[in-house]
Design a protein around this ligand. Structure first.
Ligand SMILES: *Cc1c(COP(=O)(O)O)cnc(C)c1O
Length: 219
């Protein structure tokens, strides 16, 4: 199947309100353009050094979502143009994004809080404990430019789909509880980003509003 055909097949599986992010990391501008010509506008990249040249060279109406680890010293490069940072994984990163928005004149920047759900050491994200600290820190109330729009998570890399489903169910429950709790006055807290090529169907079953699919489109 071509990139276009894979995109069309994926779109048909999306329930109302769910959006597809085409993860273009490691793929060429030509491949991105093929998806673009098939109507795709939301793209995800996980590394700043790969995102910056793509942003410069590719059409300006692409919405770039940063989905990978962001070092604080690189925040200033992405703040001017990214549609969303999905990988906010610490209080200090959140504060740096806020600071750079103010400095660079970015009025509003949507972000997601990345939650550690996989149980794996190597995956980034807030632990429940760190999340509680963030909620109690007063930092969220002080944000003027950063808009927290929901949660993002990555399930464990395993073929055991029962484990993956348990992790998605857990993130969905956390999202619901925050939506009705700490973020109940925030009309923007609506997004749940989870699911990749091998597990997006389970993620959709558990209420994902963004799925992030790379190899299922491009390779
Ligand atoms: C690479 C990546 C994806 C897409 O993974 P595929 O298995 O290729 O679909 C999704 N989310 C993040 C954070 C990624 O780094």
């Amino acid at each position: 199947m071509s990139i276009k055909e894979r995109l069309q097949a994926l779109r048909q599986e999306l329930p109302e309100g769910a959006k597809l992010i085409a993860v273009s990391k490691y793929h060429t501008n030509e491949e991105v353009l093929e998806a673009y010509d098939a109507g795709q506008r939301l793209f995800g990249e996980n590394r700043v050094q790969e995102l910056l040249p793509k942003e410069e060279q590719l059409p300006k109406d692409i919405e770039w979502h940063l989905i990978g680890t962001l070092q604080r010293n690189k925040v200033k490069y992405v703040v001017p143009f990214v549609a969303m940072i999905q990988s906010i994984d610490s209080l200090r990163l959140l504060q740096e994004v806020e600071k750079q928005c103010a400095r660079l004149g970015r009025e509003t920047l949507p972000v997601l809080l990345q939650i550690h759900i996989s149980g794996e050491e190597t995956k980034h994200g807030f632990t429940e404990e760190e999340l509680q600290e963030l909620l109690q820190s007063g930092v969220i109330e002080s944000l003027e430019h950063v808009r927290i729009c929901g949660l993002m998570g990555m399930a464990a890399l395993t073929d055991d789909m029962a484990i993956v489903e348990g992790q998605f169910a857990h993130l969905q429950a956390l999202f619901q509880s925050l939506k009705e709790g700490a973020f109940k006055e925030s009309p923007h807290f609506t997004e749940l980003s989870m699911g990749m090529t091998h597990d997006y169907r389970l993620a959709l079953k558990h209420g994902a509003t963004y799925i992030r699919v790379g190899s299922g489109i491009f390779s």
